[in-house]
Ligand binder design. Structure first.
Ligand SMILES: Nc1ncnc2c1ncn2[C@@H]1O[C@H](COP(=O)(O)OP(=O)(O)O)[C@@H](O)[C@H]1O
Ligand SMILES: [Mg+2]
Length: 365
């Protein structure tokens, strides 16, 4: 079994990797950072710390995600939630049993891949407060390729070693299981197998090496480390990398039930008129991603304000007037607002057929 070949050569997405060098300034606005960082150091200098005046704790906080206690809910994707939870919980229940060391989330843009990991980590930390502490480290193209030009391999190495060594907060129970998840977002834009320049292939090899080393790490008594990757273009990653992820989860477009939940959630604080047929909206939004639905709800919610402003100009209002324009004054979101929103919301998803084919060949059940 081999991966299908991509139809066209890989091209960098959204220009995020090709900023002019003058914009590629490291930004460490932490208390540990001296303000005077005048120039971008070259890759040939001695060490990361020297190059960026970077202390270990500044480095760790740069890549570590601080989670809210109540992250936005992510509806659906039960399979992926199950595998992600298993990857951290199995070692707690069966310490000698190896758990998943890599989980790949693949699917169209805007379906909740990046949000999912945060919501799972946050819920595990809350539910098993006394027994597990999951630390989340996040690397994305902008974090490891842009900011630290020429230093990406060292950065990756440092993220893995920070993940192995991070300690639970002081005062935590001594038997707490300490787990780190390294979440690599937009994997394809960093590790495409069709990008032929030398530095990106070195970075690929480095990542493969780290994923392979993950088991040895937990055997040696350090934190358990799990690598979670997300991508819209899994076929660009190449066989070797895809196979390092033992669980590969297709994060699909939301079905009817999940669309209903997402729409209800995003209309939470909005007054919706009786004439609005939510079921009809749910039916007519097939093929939209969660992110598209969020935009659609926002667009529809603008209706009352638009009606209110017909014939008046915002400059006719004083600040005090504006403060009084509350949802009560504006009125309800009407059927026509949804009509307009449904017809004007653009689908941002592509390649769904191809993702389904990839899922049929490589997806975990
Ligand atoms: N299944 C879902 N449930 C709830 N919200 C969702 C869902 N899918 C997408 N969203 C919304 O869309 C936004 C973008 O999702 P994101 O996680 O960035 O998608 P991706 O990483 O797949 O591109 C999120 O902030 C969230 O509000
Ligand atoms: Mg994302």
């Amino acid at each position: 079994m081999s991966l299908p070949n991509p139809p066209k050569p890989y091209t960098q997405r959204s220009g995020s990797l090709s900023l002019p060098s003058k914009f590629q300034v490291p930004s460490f606005a932490t208390s540990n950072t001296p303000l005077a960082m005048k120039s971008i150091p070259s890759a040939s200098s001695t060490s990361l710390e020297d190059n960026y005046n970077l202390t270990s704790s500044a480095f760790t906080s740069e890549f570590m995600v601080t989670l809210k206690d109540d992250p936005q809910p992510v509806f659906g994707h039960e399979n992926a939630k199950k595998f992600l939870k298993e990857s951290v919980i199995i070692p707690l229940l069966y310490p000698s049993m190896p758990s998943w060391k890599g989980v790949l989330l693949f699917g169209p843009a805007g379906v909740g891949k990046s949000s999912l990991i945060k919501s799972v980590v946050s819920s595990v930390n809350q539910k098993y407060k006394e027994r597990i502490k999951v630390h989340l480290f996040e690397c994305s193209a902008s974090g490891i390729v842009n900011k630290y030009r020429g230093e990406s391999e060292k950065i990756l190495k440092r993220v893995f070693s920070a993940a192995r060594e991070v300690k639970p907060p002081q005062g935590s129970p001594s038997e707490l299981l300490n787990v780190s998840i390294i979440f690599i977002d937009e994997l394809d834009s960093i590790f495409s197998s069709t990008a032929h320049d030398e530095s990106s292939s070195r970075l690929r090899v480095e990542l493969l090496k780290h994923i392979d080393g993950v088991e040895a790490v937990s055997a040696a008594g350090n934190n358990r480390v799990i690598v979670v990757g997300a991508t819209n273009r899994p076929w660009d990653l190449g066989d070797a990398l895809v196979r390092r992820f033992e669980k590969r989860c297709y994060i699909a477009l939301p079905g009817e039930e999940d669309r209903r939940a997402i729409i209800d959630y995003h209309l939470g604080g909005v007054r919706v008129g009786e004439g609005v047929d939510r079921e009809d909206v749910v039916k007519r939004t097939e093929g939209l991603s969660g992110a598209d639905l969020k935009v659609l709800c926002r667009e529809a919610s603008m209706g009352p304000l638009r009606r209110f402003l017909v014939g008046v100009s915002p400059k006719d209002f004083t600040k005090a007037d504006l403060a009084e324009i509350t949802p009560d004054v504006l009125g309800e979101v009407e059927r026509e607002d949804f009509e307009r929103a449904v017809s004007s919301t653009r689908r941002t998803v592509g390649d769904v057929k191809r993702l389904e084919m990839f899922d049929a060949d490589f997806g975990s059940r």
